[in-house]
Design a protein around this ligand. Structure first.
Ligand code: NAD
Length: 282
């Protein structure tokens, strides 16, 4: 069984991106910039943002974090986004989720210029992705996609099963696999026979949030299994896949932690660079 090493893959991707940033700096005499807006004091959000800033600096991006207290008014955030949309030194804007209840998430997402939407959540990018046009792609599914391609370059005709239909993970994952000519089944909490569906998959991507939901006898021999889940349990952090059981049948499997997680931030940097390149073209 191939243990898909997300840490290593992310480090390799960051190395490539670092080179690309240096080339862009030579060519345009400026570097891509990522601005993150962090609202409130949620510990996981603060950790994510710190890691994003560190990784951005590591590859040579210009990185900035704008912090607001939890009580900040929605209009203040929207005005700041408008300012950043019009700032040529900012290539990508990310508003760290979740937001306090009094701030409308959709309004915030739609306020970000689609060309600077490094999370790929703007309806324009969602639509472009589903139409097969150029777009920003949400970072976690993009990371999953790159890990799958490391194992299998030609996915055409493969049967892929995506477990979970969130806008963040399941739906964009489905679009990426469709683009690769997979036959994709998207499953969710109301799917009648989840085990039966999973058993058909040459590729399974699990993004659910239920510890060890996908069991060993749900997986076809030699399937590629990607575990997006991050679940805190008594025995520590586990994924949505029963790792020990599934590792006995799968051809390749991501561990949790150390699988998909590290790729997410690396893909955020990639998206920032892509946004910069598109803005230079236009
Ligand atoms: P979500 O809660 O938005 O969506 C979960 C999906 O799972 C839903 O579509 C739901 O229909 C489906 N589901 C729920 N119960 C099910 C069941 N019994 N059988 C089949 N499907 C079921 O979650 P999300 O934001 O997509 O996150 C999923 C998991 O991925 C979480 O554990 C989250 O922490 C993790 N995550 C990891 C990363 C990373 O970088 N590795 C990034 C984002 C999210």
């Amino acid at each position: 069984m191939i243990l898909i090493d997300g840490k290593k893959a992310a480090a390799e991707l960051r190395e490539e991106l670092k080179k690309e940033v240096a080339e862009l700096k030579n060519k345009y005499n400026k570097v891509p910039g990522l601005t993150v807006i962090l609202i409130g004091e949620l510990a996981p959000s603060k950790i994510y943002v710190k890691n994003k800033e560190k990784s951005a600096n590591e590859v040579g991006l210009k990185s900035e974090v704008i912090r607001y207290p939890e009580t900040v008014e929605e209009i203040t955030v929207l005005e700041k986004i408008d300012e950043l949309n019009n700032d040529d030194t900012v290539s990508g804007i990310l508003v760290q989720l979740p937001l306090p209840k009094h701030i409308d998430k959709q309004k915030v997402i739609e306020a970000i210029s689609p060309g600077k939407d490094v999370d790929g959540f703007h309806p324009m990018n969602v639509g472009n992705l589903s139409s097969g046009y150029e777009s920003s792609v949400p970072c976690t599914p993009l990371g999953c996609y790159l890990l799958i391609k490391k194992i299998e370059t030609n996915l055409s005709g493969k049967k892929a099963v995506v477990v979970g239909r969130s806008n963040l993970n399941g739906k964009p994952m489905t679009q990426l696999l469709l683009k690769e000519n997979c036959t994709v089944t998207i499953t969710h909490s109301k799917t009648a026979d989840l085990k039966g569906e999973c058993l058909k998959g040459d590729i399974i991507v699990a993004a659910v949030g239920i510890p060890e939901l996908v069991k060993g006898d749900w997986v076809k021999k030699d399937a590629i299994v990607i575990d997006v889940g991050i679940n805190k349990t008594e025995k520590g952090i586990v994924g949505d896949v029963a790792f020990d059981e599934v590792s006995k049948v799968a051809k390749a499997l991501t561990p949790v932690p150390g699988g998909v997680g590290p790729m997410t931030i690396a893909c955020l940097l990639k998206n920032t660079i892509e946004c910069f390149k598109r803005s230079q073209k236009n």
